[in-house]
Design a protein around this ligand. Structure first.
Ligand code: UD1
Ligand code: UDP
Length: 372
């Protein structure tokens, strides 16, 4: 049995990694052993996800908490190194682009432990995004790159990464979505919030470039206040954004705590329109066929524009106001888009790719042993 250290730390990590852990556990060739860095720690940002996505209890908890980039990265570097020095692992699995992802990958590669990166190859081209630095550096030190779209593979090859290190497995985040939608629908989130299907706008915003800049955040709130005069606006607020919120919430807008995963996807599925700067939400709305306006100037997920429902609006409030009006006028799609391999079966494909990778390494190391 191979031993795999699986690292999670922040909200989107849980949704991506859950299906891979479940598939590996079923197949019984690789033992996934969970490490939670503690980058996200509020119940609504962490424990609720572990429960709803049926994770096993993490075996290792670093409890790093919040801090500057250097503080978070350093704490994960040290914590993961300790775990890897304590006992042998055949590889480490990291996902996405958060600080925990890069730090864990760096710890492992310095110790010669192979790094497997789930959701490799995404590029926004915007070096001012902390996530872009995390993506590029993590991919550079990764040995197996699990990709969710063809353009991700093209990006890696374009950066000189050998093609045979990348495997197109599809989008594991969509596995979680497809598996849990029936439970989400049964959960009654809409009636608890007293909203009706297709009659509200759902908003999530948490990028530092927007929410840490008070004038930009105020300007987007002005637009949301206008939208709220037409339709209820539901804004489950990320703690980063909540910490910057000042003044009254406009009438017609409901600001809530971050929602647990089941409630959030239930609201996503029935929204008339979603406004976001989240990566994962661009993907989920695309698969659900729900119109999505991304309030950013770039996206590392262009497949959601070419194949899905995503529109990149930029960061001009006026452009957002016009895009909202256009979208509300246009109404809903009459079908759900199809994106290649975003089909609910990416977890098993990722598990297969991980097994094949570990088998190849084992055979290569057996061949490299001097014969007796
Ligand atoms: C991080 C990721 C971002 C990802 C987002 C997902 C990095 C650099 N950024 O951003 O890519 O899109 O997670 O949600 O890794 N806080 C709490 N409770 C928590 C967690 C955070 O109150 O459970 C507050 C703290 O004040 C903290 C702030 O939120 O300082 C930001 O948290 P942090 O993990 O540093 O970055 P995110 O903005 O969450
Ligand atoms: N999400 C959630 N509750 C919320 C907001 C988001 O469950 O209140 C889920 C969402 O469905 C997606 C993931 O969190 O699966 C996206 O995480 P986030 O937007 O924090 O990070 P990003 O994808 O931008 O890195």
């Amino acid at each position: 049995m191979f031993e795999l250290l699986v690292v999670v730390g922040a909200r989107p990590n849980f949704v991506k990694v859950g299906p891979v852990v479940a598939s590996l556990s079923e197949r019984d060739v690789v033992r996934p052993r969970l490490l939670h860095t503690g980058q996200h720690y509020d119940r609504k940002m962490s424990a609720a996800f572990l429960e709803q996505l049926a994770f096993p209890e993490p075996e290792f908890q670093l409890g790093i908490g919040s801090g500057s980039h250097a503080e978070q990265t350093a704490a994960v570097l040290v914590g993961v190194e300790r775990v890897l020095l304590d006992e042998p692992f055949d590889a480490i699995l990291v996902a996405g682009d958060v600080n925990s992802t890069l730090a864990a990958a760096l710890s492992a590669t310095k110790l010669g432990v192979p790094v497997i990166h789930l959701e490799a190859g995404l590029r926004s081209g915007d070096w001012a995004m902390p996530e872009e630095i995390n993506r590029v550096v993590c991919d550079r030190v990764s040995d197996l790159l699990l990709c969710h779209s063809d353009e991700a593979i093209d990006n890696l090859v374009g950066e000189g990464i050998a093609r045979d290190r990348a495997v197109m497995v599809g989008n594991t985040m969509i596995d979680s979505l497809m598996r849990l939608l029936p439970a989400a629908r049964a959960g009654g989130a809409l009636s608890r919030l007293r909203i009706s299907p297709r009659d509200y706008v759902l908003v999530t915003l948490h990028r530092p470039s927007l929410v840490d800049d008070p004038p930009s955040l105020a300007a987007v709130f002005d637009v949301l206040a206008e939208v709220a005069r037409e339709l209820p606006v539901i804004f489950p607020m990320h703690p980063r954004t909540r910490a910057r919120l000042s003044g009254d919430v406009p009438s017609g807008m409901l600001v809530t705590e971050p929602l647990e995963y089941l409630d959030f996807i239930a609201l996503e599925e029935e929204a008339r329109l979603v406004i976001t700067d989240s990566g994962g939400v661009q993907e989920e709305t695309s698969v659900l066929g729900v119109p999505c306006l991304t309030y950013r100037t770039t996206t590392e997920r262009p497949v959601t524009i070419t194949h899905g429902t995503n529109v990149l609006v930029g960061t001009e409030p006026l452009a957002l106001r016009e895009a909202c009006a256009d979208s509300l006028r246009a109404g809903m799609l009459d079908h759900r888009p199809t994106i290649p391999l975003w089909d609910g079966a990416a977890g098993p494909r990722a598990a297969e790719a991980i097994e094949a990778f570990l088998d190849r390494r084992l055979s290569a190391s057996a061949l490299a042993q001097p014969s007796p």
